[in-house]
Ligand binder design. Structure first.
Ligand SMILES: [Mg+2]
Length: 180
């Protein structure tokens, strides 16, 4: 029998983009904002800082992002009962492809390339679960969406929220019991 599928986002779910943007912000503007100042948005939504977002187009940006704590261990555990697919909206950032591919090979070598999907619009994805930090991706998803906490989604109430990978593990332990 086919295992239930989990579509797993990369940025701000298994790869932490935040520290890099904080460092770039400080480098560019000489100060470091408190996350409360851009609650509900991204750091580059602060007035006059939009050009920071252009860093996403630079080769190497995605190459050395820290791994979200516990994500490797929990993904490995989940693979016993679920098919994991990495689903990342990479197409906006041409230079990101190799970086993302190499990052996955380095940090998640146990995920087969056949289970990696670089895409544009995630609404084409069909799976039982999706873990993502953007509500726009969960809104068009037909399965069960889990919202991974990030500054820009604080205050969103429409989806089951997971704040870290320990909570992801707990959610799927419950699902295993329910499906058994
Ligand atoms: Mg993301």
């Amino acid at each position: 029998m086919q295992k239930p599928r989990i579509a797993l986002d990369m940025d701000e779910v298994i790869a932490d983009v935040q520290p890099k943007f904080e460092a770039l912000f400080e480098e560019a503007f000489g100060w470091r904002p408190d996350p409360e100042q851009y609650r509900g948005g991204k750091i580059y939504d602060l007035p006059g800082t939009q050009k920071l977002r252009e860093a996403l187009h630079l080769k190497g940006f995605f190459a050395d992002l820290p791994v979200m704590p516990d994500s490797q261990a929990v993904v490995r555990e989940l693979m016993a009962d679920f098919d994991i697919y990495i689903v990342t909206a990479a197409m906006e950032f041409r230079a990101s492809f190799e970086d993302k591919y190499d990052w996955l090979a380095q940090h998640f070598p146990f995920i087969h390339w056949k289970n990696i999907i670089f895409c544009g619009d995630k609404s084409v994805i069909r799976a039982e679960y999706m873990i993502d930090d953007h509500v726009r991706n969960l809104r068009t998803f037909q399965g069960k969406g889990l919202l991974y906490t990030a500054s820009h989604n604080l205050g969103e109430e429409a989806f089951t929220r997971v704040n870290n990978w320990v909570e992801v593990r707990a959610f799927f332990e419950e699902e295993r019991r329910r499906l058994a």
